[in-house]
Design a protein around this ligand. Structure first.
Ligand code: HEC
Length: 97
């Protein structure tokens, strides 16, 4: 039964995102501007919001690396650290025990 509740919660929280007409605006805070400038070049920030229900801070760091290494996002190390810190602070779930 428990898994059904979890699934319902995920569908519920993602529904609003999927139905929104406009791409999600990023939460303001240190690093928001640099994240928007570098992470909206190929896709909207909906990708960040949608994945915020799954990813931990460490996984966001890996995600930023993947965007750079696998998809060729032109982001330098310092900027990548700033973006990863911003995502960890605003769009991460707690690490699973
Ligand atoms: C050079 C183009 C490009 C840039 C810049 C870029 N992405 Fe992506 N991103 C992609 C592609 C390509 C995919 C996967 C294909 C798809 O689903 O559209 C993707 C997918 C994603 C996903 C979905 C999960 C996944 O791994 O497929 C997330 C989350 C994401 N990007 C976050 C980011 C963040 C955060 C940044 C800024 C650091 C960023 N992206 C910058 C090209 C880019």
């Amino acid at each position: 039964m428990r898994w059904m509740l979890v699934a319902a919660a995920l569908v519920g929280s993602m529904g609003g995102v999927a139905l929104a007409d406009e791409p999600a605006a990023l939460v303001s805070g240190a690093g928001a501007d640099v994240t928007g400038a570098n992470c909206n070049a190929c896709h909207t920030s909906d990708y960040i919001v949608m994945n915020s229900v799954f990813l931990t801070g460490a996984q966001w760091t890996a995600e930023v690396t993947k965007m750079r290494k696998a998809f060729g996002a032109p982001i330098d190390d310092a900027t990548a650290s700033e973006i990863a810190a911003y995502l960890a602070a605003h769009y991460a779930v707690a690490a699973q025990p």
